[in-house]
Ligand binder design. Structure first.
Ligand code: HEC
Ligand code: HEC
Length: 174
């Protein structure tokens, strides 16, 4: 397909979405939902975590136990489950077991990358939980986590830097 064709398709798509949003109000949500079931179903309570953040086997375990999902019921019908599994590169099988569900926030790399944050930061009212990536990474859903796009909530940023004089030295270096 040519670039021009892509552009045309994008314009038509945007146009259609705007039309639906204006003309149909609430049902625009349904249009978005059908466009990407993963974001619609797995991004309603927390950010739709990018697939690359967990190994496929861990995603399969999460999907196998959606009825007991970290204290909530996040069950999906079979069709939607299949679409979500496809998005995550996971095979749905009897991989549930009784072991605790895998978490992104307990993985070694996660703890390493966030080691500098003070203990109370993740529990602060503005953040609530380490799982709430979007509180500090506005581009989380698009997989944007690089240090230049990190934005700590103002209340947290204050407590993080108070009493840490060397923080300023560090900042003036770059
Ligand atoms: C009804 C609300 C709800 C829905 C829908 C939902 N979740 Fe969750 N999810 C939660 C809650 C609550 C937690 C625990 C968050 C915390 O510890 O702060 C969680 C945590 C997670 C975690 C672990 C985050 C961590 O700490 O690393 C993963 C992975 C996850 N969800 C994946 C999914 C996937 C995949 C879907 C879609 C199939 C989904 N969730 C749909 C409520 C939901
Ligand atoms: C309380 C704020 C906060 C929350 C919540 C948070 N992060 Fe971070 N994250 C940071 C900070 C601060 C850094 C370090 C940036 C730096 O390198 O200086 C970071 C770094 C990272 C990095 C490394 C980026 C790089 O290129 O160096 C990744 C990946 C990341 N976070 C993913 C996540 C994911 C996934 C979640 C949710 C499951 C999450 N973070 C939740 C604040 C947060």
């Amino acid at each position: 397909m040519s670039r021009r064709q892509h552009l045309f398709d994008a314009v038509v798509w945007v146009g259609t979405t705007v039309f639906l949003a204006i003309g149909l109000g609430r049902s625009a949500d349904a249009a978005t939902a059908s466009a990407d079931p993963y974001v619609a179903e797995c991004g309603s309570c927390h950010v739709a975590y990018p697939a690359k953040l967990l190994p496929a086997g861990d995603w399969a375990r999460v999907l196998a136990r959606l009825d007991r999902h970290f204290g909530v019921d996040a069950s999906l019908d079979a069709d939607t489950l299949a679409q979500v599994a496809h998005h995550l590169g996971a095979h749905v099988g009897d991989t549930g077991g009784t072991a605790p569900l895998p978490r992104i926030t307990t993985m070694r790399w996660f703890l390493g990358e966030h080691g500098e944050l003070s203990a109370g930061t993740f529990r602060s009212p503005a953040v609530k939980s380490a799982a709430n990536c979007a509180a500090c990474h506005p581009g989380a859903e698009r997989g944007q986590f690089d240090e230049h796009s990190v934005r700590l909530p103002a209340s947290v940023a204050r407590t993080q830097t108070s009493g840490e004089e060397h923080e300023h030295e560090h900042e003036s270096e770059d």
